[in-house]
Design a protein. Sequence first.
Length: 195
Amino acid sequence: MLEMSFIETLQSNAGDRELWKRLQKGEPQALAALFRAHYARLYDYGFKLSHQSELVQDSIQEVFAYIWEKHAAVSAAESVRAYLLASLRRHVLNALAQQRHRQQTLQEFDILESQEYFSPEDFLIVQETEADTRRAFKKGLQQIPPRLREALYLKTYNGLSYREIGSLMKVSPQVARNYVCEAMQRLRNLLATKS
C-alpha cells in the first residue's frame, strides 16, 4: 500500500472534517460516506491488533453505531482518521480483554497469550511465494517489540503524524517519533545481518 501524498492527505482530512460536521447534524449519508472511506484502513489496523476477522468487523460496526447514536454529542475531530483508529483500537483491545476473561473463566487455553503476530496464511505466502528478502523482512518485524511495530504500522500504512500516533498510543509525539525511528533502525539492522 502506498502512502498518500501530503496534498492528498490534506484534501482527505478536509473532506473528512466536512463529513464529520454533517454527521454531527444527523445526516446518515455522511456516516455512510465515512464508513466507506475508512473501512479498509480500519479493518487492516484492527486485524493487525487482533488477528480475528469477525471481531474486527463487529468492532468497526459497533464503533460506527456508537458514533451514530451519539452523533449530536461527538466533539469536533481535528483528524477523523485518527479519531476512528483510536476508537477502533480501544474497542478491539476491550473485546480482546473480554475474550481473555471468558477464556480464563471457562479454564480454556489462553489463546491471546500465545497468539502469533502474523496469521498462518501470511507464513504460507512467505514460504510458498515470496523471495528470501520478504522472509527476512517478516522475520525482522516479528523481532521488533509490539509497541514499536504498531507505531511503524501507523506511520507507514496509515500516514498518521507523530502527534496523531502519540495521541492514539497515549504517548507524547516525541516518543511516537522515537518508536518509529527505533523500529526502522532495528528492522534495518536485522535485515543487514540476514544479507
